[in-house]
Design a protein around this ligand. Structure first.
Ligand SMILES: NC(=O)c1ccc[n+]([C@@H]2O[C@H](COP(=O)([O-])OP(=O)(O)OC[C@H]3O[C@@H](n4cnc5c(N)ncnc54)[C@H](OP(=O)(O)O)[C@@H]3O)[C@@H](O)[C@H]2O)c1
Length: 239
């Protein structure tokens, strides 16, 4: 097999490119955030969870066995396999299969067996604030949609100096996925910070994106007789 260096992966395929580098960048960023936050405060389970000796209340609790299964098996078994088979490169090459199986051996044990056979002193573990988790997820999803759409628009000009009908990804459903993605980003920000300032900023962005998407959509329909009729302006299937 000809070696392909990781930094040139998927250059001709924007979806796979962003899935790959999205996870890679996210991985480095999360590594740094985890290092800093865990140096400041230990991860909130076992002896450092919510208990009488721990002054830090980490929020609502769930069963500890379930907590470890969610944190380890969902990303490392389910998500890993989905990305591996849907977006991987050379999924069936023996080298990749061997390392995929080694990973799965570790995480099927760690996520699905280990949490259910251990003898924990505490039956529960704190879940953390769902607003924080949902907010970050929304922000990351919105960011990926926004960057993908902007890049796609940029690439349209490579072949053609005028305007063309964009297609692919969310462009098949809405005229302005770049605005839609950014709206999701700021929605995530507002949920995560749970602040009036965040909500005000989200409303301000919507006040730009909704009219602009409406104008863009109308413009596309007037300009191109063959503009896909089922395509919406800003929100898939809705508006
Ligand atoms: N936070 C906020 O309040 C806010 C407000 C506005 C925008 N933004 C963000 O800024 C970014 C850019 O927004 P924008 O309003 O400038 O986007 P846009 O109007 O869609 O234009 C983006 C670029 O793509 C080109 N383009 C658009 N449609 C095309 C088509 N059908 N065929 C070929 N080229 C096309 C445009 O060319 P032309 O310049 O020739 O039209 C422009 O270079 C987005 O990510 C948006 O979310 C944020």
């Amino acid at each position: 097999m000809i070696p392909v260096w990781p930094w040139v992966a998927f250059l001709n395929n924007p979806v796979r490119f962003w899935i790959y580098y999205g996870f890679v960048i996210g991985g480095f960023v999360f590594a740094l955030i985890t290092l800093i936050t865990q140096l400041i405060k230990p991860a909130p389970y076992g002896r450092f969870g919510n208990n009488d000796n721990n002054p830090n209340n980490w929020g609502p609790v769930i069963p500890q066995r379930l907590g470890h299964t969610i944190s380890d098996a969902l990303p490392c078994v389910v998500e890993f396999l989905l990305v591996y088979f849907l977006y991987g490169r050379n999924q069936y090459h023996y080298t990749n299969l061997v390392f995929m199986i080694l990973w799965q051996l570790h995480y099927i044990h760690r996520g699905l067996i280990h949490p259910w056979i251990m003898r924990y002193s505490s039956k529960t573990t704190p879940l953390g604030d769902p607003r924080f988790i949902i907010g970050i997820l929304l922000f990351i999803i919105g960011f990926i949609i926004n960057r993908y759409a902007d890049l796609k628009l940029r690439n349209l000009r490579r072949e053609n100096q005028g305007y063309v009908i964009p297609s692919g990804g969310l462009f098949n459903y809405i005229s302005c996925p770049n605005y839609f993605g950014e709206m999701i980003e700021w929605m995530g920000w507002a949920v995560g910070t749970f602040s009036l300032g965040g909500l005000a900023w989200f409303c301000f962005c919507c006040a730009t994106f909704i009219p602009r998407a409406r104008h863009n959509h109308r413009w596309y329909k007037e300009r191109f007789a063959d503009y896909p009729s089922q395509r919406k302006a800003l929100i898939p299937f809705i508006y």
